[in-house]
Write a protein that binds this ligand. Sequence first.
Ligand SMILES: Nc1c(N[C@@H]2O[C@H](COP(=O)(O)O)[C@@H](O)[C@H]2O)[nH]c(=O)[nH]c1=O
Ligand SMILES: [Zn+2]
Length: 359
Amino acid sequence: MMLRCLKLAAKALGRTSPNPLVGAVVVQNGEVVGEGFHPRAGEPHAEVFALKAAGERARGSTIYVSLEPCNHYGRTPPCSEGLIDAGVSKVVVGMVDPNPLVAGGGIARLRAAGIEVVVGVEEAACRRLNEGFIHRILYQRPLGILKYAMTLDGKIATTSGHSAWVTNQDARGEVHRLRAACDAVIIGGNTVRQDNPDLTSHNCDAHNPLRVVMSRSLNLPEQARLWDTRQAPTLVLTEVGSSQTFQNMLREKGVEVVEFTSLTPEQVMTHLYERGFCSVLWECGGILAASAIAQSAVQKIMAFIAPKIIGGNHAPTPVGDLGLTSMTQALPLERVSWRIIGSDCLVEGYLPSVIKLIK
Ligand SMILES: Nc1c(N[C@@H]2O[C@H](COP(=O)(O)O)[C@@H](O)[C@H]2O)[nH]c(=O)[nH]c1=O
Ligand SMILES: [Zn+2]
């Protein structure tokens, strides 16, 4: 039932920020009598939809929820009260809500009303689905994910800069699904000039992230796929003093432009936090990736590795200079996992700062 909750929750993938993805299932005498998920911030919580669908059959039922029911008046009234009023007998919770407004209060309220509460069912899967939300709540920043595709000899392009494609079709499909789960995708000006990417999820039913370009100089092409905002919005971040003519040209095409006094990954993550984002995908080249890592704008690495070799002393690599001089300074990844996708391998891991909260 909890896995069913997660499946329901994922129907709103990429669309709920700053809120979490939540699913709920009401079971009466072993039969599912109501289901629901949280569709987007400002709309009712998962439990409300599930209780509504169950109607009178919620009385005496067991409800499964992937996140602890809330206990506060936010944009919506507390679900704990709704569950008590509906006469639910038992609540099975996937994970405690890290939000300090809730943080165990919902569970305590239900128990005080005499309802049996079980906590921590499929907890690891529940936390994984909401890792961006958890990071946002605990660190007041979106979770930064650095994704790159490299050859077996560690190159992301040939010496001449050609990079289409390092990985196969299946791995690229995985990247499209990843984009659908993220609030924003960030690249630098170099990637616009060299790859002219469109950074969408390539699925008309799925969410598209906000496509973000960081460019101090605005030395960018006049024509680029990213300037076509019919499919997905684009945000260009630049510095005060860059060409107003180019900025106006972008705005006329529907691209949002924001000027920073100093454009750094750290500042960008602050800005994206303030926009309500939970997860941000860095799909940039090595120079920007290195500065994003150095400024703690990256917590998770997703490395697609293709079994091919291109060689070249000057072929670009996924992470530029971090200023490390000794092997003992190497950044260790934790919670590392890998899987095969088509003929490529995906290695995932977390930089140590987030290891403890995402089990
Ligand atoms: N169960 C559950 C949530 N639970 C809690 O409620 C908070 C948002 O409250 P509000 O502003 O009233 O929508 C959210 O940060 C989380 O802590 N939120 C959701 O959006 N959906 C849900 O299904
Ligand atoms: Zn709620």
